[in-house]
Design a protein around this ligand. Sequence first.
Ligand SMILES: [Zn+2]
Ligand SMILES: [Zn+2]
Length: 247
Amino acid sequence: MSSPLPLAGLSAVLLLVSASVAEAKPWKHAGMHPRTGRPADGLCHIETMHVHTAAPVHGETLYRTRDDVHIFIGDPTPFGYEGPRHAYYGHHPVVLNVYIQVDVDVVEYCYHDGPHYHAYAPPPRQEFVDREDVHYYAGEYPDEYKRDSPRRGRVNTVYSGWEVPRPVVTVAPPPQYHGPIIQVGLNLPVPRVELRVGAPPPPPPRREREVVIIREEHVVHEHHDDHHDHGKHHGKHDKHKKSKGRH
Ligand SMILES: [Zn+2]
Ligand SMILES: [Zn+2]
């Protein structure tokens, strides 16, 4: 009963546990990212690979990982970002080799609804269309985009609690854009949603409740009456080429 053996065994186990906890701590990051999950804490600007002892907050929505390296792909605006930025509308591919040199594109998807900013330009080998200096993804969305949509799309819930200045968009998205068209950033208590993924939904049979919910007073008028900026940016080439020289 009072044999010393079990105790010796226990302390050995405790040592092992604390060693593995210490080793599990460093979280690898590459590129600029929020210091914490709170906008007031600003950004960490280290571009090269580096390590933090705290796990990234909102890791699943604000970051993508490659070989255990966390890469922030979200809109840096709420965190006080003041560097060069690129305006996007809706969901689009992001190529992680913006930060990490690899031979093939590592494509992930941004699920920010509506107009938003990124520090990075659209990936050169992906198709984008520009309207009013806003980039719209013009390609098809693959299955993995749809598969990840439920968990990655929660990025919009994360950002809905923050003050996020957004690019001004006064015209409707170009037809080449097939992503969701969602009105955001108007401080509405409930996001007003017009889903227009793929073909427009058929008029609802009277008794299908879910369709009624989507159409019920939540239709957003993307076509503003105010066309003061109209025409200014028209005639732009559709294929995205620009990647430098903001001014
Ligand atoms: Zn950092
Ligand atoms: Zn985006």
